[in-house]
Ligand binder design. Structure first.
Ligand code: NAD
Length: 292
């Protein structure tokens, strides 16, 4: 019996990498439903699997913010079950909070939070009925600790953590495992796809000069962190494979140890002061990523 996997956000990045890895697995043990919002972007995925997907992969349209589209994709699953559901679709947002429009903020929450919840809602009843299933969510270091100028993105990813952790407690009774793959920076199109307030953006004229200056510093920090600590998609995909192969998967997997000291600091000094001090130093003073 083959393992049926459905993945969201497969037109690029981590979703694409995981779909390719599973569809071309030499064991041919997986049937992959690689879903994407916009089917006109399927060429890259097809190019990457290069013919070795005839009976292991099918591409389906699915916009995680559109209930009808989620249901339509579900109807197309021949096996009438999903063993592993991967909620990976997500979008970033960066800039001083004063520059973010209500519409944009809602859009980020729609994809990152409600998109994840609605996808899980669609497939959970069948998993519960079979008393079997796995849910894997692409998490983020930004879901574990605050990052300046990523306030809204972090809020959406924190919310995903709260949702998954809460659900995990109940799902133990149904033999369903939920795992978050907590990624640090990854070399994908995420940084080019994300909505970012450009340093030249006229909206910044309405922001105080000190914030604008700190934002410039943050952008440089961000570039440095990507240079020093970004992982390739393959490394991330390997962590997904570890979670998939584990008999009792954990709630959280950390792909990158660089940020663990900061994450731990947040938890060990409960009043939060040490974390915000350390993060301030990390982001706004010159340093090497490894110093933390
Ligand atoms: P990416 O931008 O290449 O991939 C995100 C994918 O989600 C894209 O294919 C995009 O089309 C898709 N998507 C966006 N809105 C959608 C919608 N409404 N319906 C369906 N699909 C939609 O970047 P990535 O790095 O591969 O991102 C994947 C996940 O990893 C995201 O959840 C992101 O938050 C998380 N993540 C990325 C990084 C990073 O540095 N790249 C770090 C931490 C977490």
């Amino acid at each position: 019996d083959k393992t049926v996997v459905l993945i969201t956000g497969c037109s690029s990045g981590i979703g694409l990498g995981l779909a390719v890895r599973l569809a071309s697995d030499t064991s041919k043990a997986f049937i992959v439903y690689a879903t994407m919002r916009n089917l006109s972007k399927k060429e890259r995925l097809l190019e990457c699997v290069r013919g070795c997907h005839e009976d292991t992969m099918e591409i389906l349209q699915m916009d995680v913010t559109d209930q009808l589209s989620i249901q339509a994709a579900k109807q197309r699953i021949k096996e009438k079950k999903v063993d592993i559901l991967v909620c990976n679709a997500g979008a970033g947002l960066m800039g001083p909070v004063e520059t973010q429009s209500y519409e944009t903020m809602k859009q980020i929450f729609d994809v990152n939070l409600f998109g994840t919840i609605c996808t899980i809602q669609a497939f959970l009843p069948e998993m519960k009925e079979r008393k079997s299933g796995r849910i894997i969510v692409t998490g983020s270091v930004g879901g574990l600790q605050g990052i300046p100028f990523n306030d809204v993105y972090c809020a959406s990813k924190f919310a995903v953590e709260g949702f998954c952790e809460s659900l995990a407690i109940l799902l133990q009774h149904f033999n369903i495992h939920i795992s978050l793959i907590e990624c640090g920076p990854v070399n994908t199109n995420f940084m080019t796809n994300l909505q970012r307030t450009d340093p030249e953006d006229p909206k910044l004229q309405h922001v105080d000069p000190e914030t604008t200056q700190l934002y410039q510093k943050y952008l440089q920090h961000c570039e440095r962190v990507f240079e020093e600590a970004a992982q390739d998609t393959e490394e991330i995909v390997q962590v997904f494979m570890d979670a998939i192969g584990a008999p009792f998967p954990s709630l959280r997997y950390y792909t990158n140890t660089t940020f663990l000291p900061l994450t731990k600091l947040k938890l060990s000094v409960e009043d939060g002061t040490q974390y915000i001090k350390a993060m301030n130093k990390f982001v706004f003073s010159t340093h090497k990523t490894g110093d933390f």
